[in-house]
Write a protein that binds this ligand. Structure first.
Ligand SMILES: C[S@@+](CC[C@H](N)C(=O)[O-])C[C@H]1O[C@@H](n2cnc3c(N)ncnc32)[C@H](O)[C@@H]1O
Length: 430
């Protein structure tokens, strides 16, 4: 890191630390406001800022003054392992002493919550279903930067062909371990500037997200709803799995996110996707779809605590209260989305959270109130799809185990009820 990168990192960090806005949004704005920074500068600044956010609790515990400057110096010596004299050009002697002191503190003497980087509210929640060893392993998983995964749009090119083309253009990559559609790149190249991206042959998507779409397994010609489509990461996967046939309704309450879907849709070449802005989950606009949809995906708004590798600030921006509010919304969205599923149809409820209250507990409460829905074993579905991932009833992915973000998914099916059979028999008699 040179002196200019040090100063710029400090400026960016000072804007981010109040945590009033998402760190990635502040970082993007910072780069827009400093257009003269080169690609390498931006890389160093972003990696350092996010590295600090991933270890913020430990750094606050070991530096004398947990200011932006204190955290940055602490990070350089303690996490990056630079000798204190290597940061001498940025820091006067007093600060250097502090940095040397920070380096000497043994991290494994700190409280487990600090070592794992979980604030008290989150640590207390995790302790309800995990022991300290597991909490520490999870915390360490979230302290690693996430790899860059892309999903291949097999309507455009095969995974093998994309892999060869990326390698030939100097972007080493390999197939993702579980998703048959994914490639994992080395480092963080600007893949969104690559021709294959502009041609719609690849989209950036974590392998875990790809697996969620694969669990819905939409078929050609079906009617599908992506209830919380956002900017359409999973919508595009569903549309491609359906070979651009049938219909995928991409619903969301955010016009901005749906607008972000449009250029992606154009690149993808899909013609079966229909974005639809809704005001809320019970919007009358979607009543006409009730009971008619073959497969519904609910990628619910959630705490995002499974994405702490990418969004390390979320642990400070979420709280027990915000999670409680989200669970109300999740239950309401799941019930509304379920009403669209036709008999014999499939419903997938997914989050990028690791908390049972946003996951299993939402599904269990839903099943108790909707006896016409039954749980389908994710483990069996994965086996049928020849995806070598051992799971039980639910999909539960963790960075320290699977190398993906933390994800949860439950697959439900709406049973063909007696009443419906009776109607069918009556129609047959007619
Ligand atoms: C986890 S994100 C979806 C990400 C997206 N599926 C993807 O793969 O890129 C959750 C989305 O739910 C949307 N949302 C929030 N409340 C909603 C509601 N009541 N009905 C539908 N969507 C909602 C949010 O705007 C957000 O885009």
């Amino acid at each position: 890191m040179n002196a200019n990168q040090f100063d710029m990192t400090l400026t960016a960090l000072r804007q981010i630390l109040p945590m009033t806005q998402p760190a990635d949004a502040v970082m993007s704005r910072f780069f827009r406001e400093h257009p003269k920074l080169g690609a390498q500068d931006r890389h160093v600044i972003a990696e350092t800022v996010f590295g600090i956010l991933r270890r913020r609790m430990m750094l606050e515990a070991v530096v004398d003054k947990p200011t932006a400057r204190g955290l940055l110096l602490g990070y350089l010596v303690k996490v990056q392992g630079l000798p204190a004299k290597a940061v001498a050009s940025f820091a006067p002697e007093a600060e250097l002493k502090m940095a040397t002191h920070a380096k000497a503190v043994k991290a494994d003497t700190l409280p487990i919550a600090v070592q794992a980087e979980f604030p008290d509210w989150l640590y207390e929640k995790l302790r309800q279903f995990m022991d300290d060893e597991a909490i520490l392993a999870l915390g360490r998983g979230f302290q690693q930067p996430a790899p860059l995964d892309v999903r291949v749009n097999t309507l455009r090119m095969s995974r093998e062909a994309v892999m060869q083309a990326l390698i030939a253009s100097g972007l080493p990559c390999e197939p993702t371990p579980y998703s048959p559609l994914g490639l994992r790149l080395q480092g963080k190249p600007a893949v969104n500037k690559h021709a294959l991206f502009n041609e719609g042959a690849v989209e950036v998507q974590d392998e875990g997200s790809q697996l969620l779409g694969l669990l819905l397994s939409p078929r050609r010609g079906e009617m599908v709803v992506d209830f919380c489509a956002g900017a359409g990461g999973k919508t595009l996967l569903l549309g491609a799995l359906m070979q651009s046939s049938g219909r995928v309704y991409a619903l969301d309450v955010s016009e901005k996110r749906l607008n972000n879907l449009k250029p992606r849709l154009k690149r993808s070449g899909l013609s079966n996707v229909h974005p639809q802005l809704i005001a809320h989950e019970n919007d009358t606009k979607i009543k006409r779809l009730a009971g008619k949809i073959d497969r519904v995906l609910v990628d619910a708004p959630c705490s995002g605590l499974g994405t702490l590798r990418r969004n390390p600030d979320l642990r400070f921006r979420q709280s027990a209260q915000s999670v409680a509010e989200l669970t109300q919304k999740q239950a309401s969205i799941l019930a509304a989305a379920a009403s669209l599923v036709k008999q014999g149809g499939r419903l997938v409820y997914a989050t990028c959270s690791i908390l049972p209250e946003e996951n299993q507990q939402i599904v269990e409460a839903f099943l108790a109130a909707h006896p016409d829905f039954k749980l389908v074993s994710v483990g069996e579905l994965l086996t049928q799809q020849k995806i070598a991932l051992e799971m039980g009833d639910y999909l539960q992915l963790y960075p320290q185990v699977h190398g993906t973000d933390g994800f949860f998914a439950a697959v439900l099916t709406r049973e063909v009820g007696l009443a419906a059979e009776a109607v069918e028999t009556a129609e047959a008699v007619d």
